[in-house]
Design a protein around this ligand. Structure first.
Ligand SMILES: *Cc1c(COP(=O)(O)O)cnc(C)c1O
Length: 403
């Protein structure tokens, strides 16, 4: 296996200064409207990354019992944890109740009944928000749209009244409000404006305020620029929250929450990989890298495209199909990618890998787990406080690594 001054490829490289800047901008933009952000931890659960997010005071959005337990273990306060997901098991529900999380985002009538039963057995109050499927088109890839009738997520408005009735009649359910999440990688603000219109209608139609609601959670989904990450490192949080503020018409005392994942972390991470081979095809040329769909699954899962750069060469360019080593034909990072002349041994940076890359890592083909490294210029580095931290200097700069 190749190594570069001690670092074995492939590896994730996180820019912690960019992460901090992004968290700062998002928080400032949200504060202007008194909005609360929960970080969707499924986007990236690297302990260094989540440690910084916790330092900035963000809550967490979890979609499994393990995420809830891990978030608690890492010091996120229980009163800032929300828990969504269409398939919460009885054990997961019990554990979340034991730990007094802030709120369950409930995705079906049957789940609500089960939470009610378990809460009653445990003699615990379950705080619940009802996730409504609003039928709003998010104009994103079909595998990452979640708010249409055909999607498995949320309660259809036709069943909402029954769910509200159960909340009203149960002594163990504390109705907190409504939850929505219409999809991911949404690059236009129009779907969010449409969502607000639907929320206003549903809020009034079902008289949610008089049900004692205290929160509205609008989920996540704000997209990032995968085509040109260097010129768009931080999403426009200001415009995003302004569109919400302009279009949302619910009483002022209702606290508005968000669950941002990708937009907070995607641009701060790159996947660094070494070219193992180049190979002539019939009318194309392949670049075969030591990273594959096991380290970055998005291209094979949803035909996602990430920008790829050759960091070992510049100048004259050619077109290459950049492919991984895994035994699947979908293990392709990009077709006809324009790169400087690329040879065995060169390093490539696959950009915008801070979200849904490391957290989706697979062990298929018995692949080894790729490690993570961190760049930071800040004086107080959280890495120095971590056990097992180590610093390495390479031709690409000084990195730190943990575990
Ligand atoms: C995945 C998810 C999010 C985060 O989505 P992003 O597109 O990464 O912002 C938020 N809420 C729920 C319920 C999710 O499942």
């Amino acid at each position: 296996m190749y190594t570069t001054s001690g670092i074995k490829t492939p590896y994730y490289l996180y820019d912690l200064d960019l992460l901090r800047q992004t968290l700062d901008e998002a928080r400032q933009a949200a504060n202007q409207h008194d909005y609360h952000i929960h970080y969707a931890i499924k986007a990236n659960n690297n302990p260094i990354v989540t440690g910084i997010i916790n330092d900035y005071g963000y809550g967490v959005d979890c979609v499994s019992g393990s995420e809830v337990m891990e978030a608690l273990h890492r010091g996120f306060p229980a009163e800032k944890i929300v828990y969504a997901g269409v398939g919460k098991s009885d054990d997961e529900i019990r554990q979340a109740l034991e730990n007094d999380i802030f709120c369950f985002n409930v995705e079906s009538l049957e789940e609500l009944q089960v939470i009610d039963e378990i809460a009653s057995e445990m003699k615990k109050t379950a705080r619940v928000a009802l996730r409504v499927n609003p039928g709003v088109q998010a104009h994103t890839h079909k595998y990452i749209t979640t708010g249409l009738d055909e999607n498995k997520f949320g309660i259809h408005p036709s069943q909402l009244q029954e769910a509200l009735n159960l909340c009203r009649s149960s002594q163990w359910l504390d109705f907190m409000g409504l939850h929505f999440h219409i999809g991911s990688q949404i690059t236009s603000l129009q779907p969010f404006a449409d969502l607000c219109q639907r929320v206003n209608e549903i809020w009034n139609e079902f008289d949610i305020t008089s049900m004692g609601a205290r929160i509205l959670n609008l989920g996540g989904g704000l997209g990032v620029n995968y085509e040109d990450p260097d010129n768009n490192p931080i999403p426009d949080f200001q415009s995003f929250f302004s569109v919400i503020a302009e279009n949302l018409k619910i009483p002022e005392h209702i606290k508005v929450h968000f669950e941002l994942g990708r937009s907070l972390v995607a641009q701060c991470g790159n996947l660094i990989t070494r070219v193992l081979y180049t190979k002539k095809g019939v009318d194309k040329e392949f670049v075969i890298t030591d990273a594959g769909m096991t380290e970055l699954m998005r291209p094979s899962l949803y035909q996602a495209r990430h920008r790829i750069e050759n960091i070992s060469n510049s100048g004259e360019t050619c077109h290459y199909d950049v492919v991984g080593p895994v035994c699947e034909s979908s293990d392709v990072f990009g077709k006809a990618v324009e790169l400087p002349v690329t040879r065995r041994g060169h390093l490539l940076a696959i950009k915008s890998c801070g979200a849904y890359a490391e957290s989706m890592m697979l062990r298929y083909n018995m692949r080894a787990r790729a490690k993570s490294f961190f760049k930071t210029s800040g004086k107080i580095s959280p890495i120095s406080q971590c056990k097992g931290g180590e610093s390495i200097t390479t031709e690409e700069g000084q990195f730190s690594r943990v575990n």
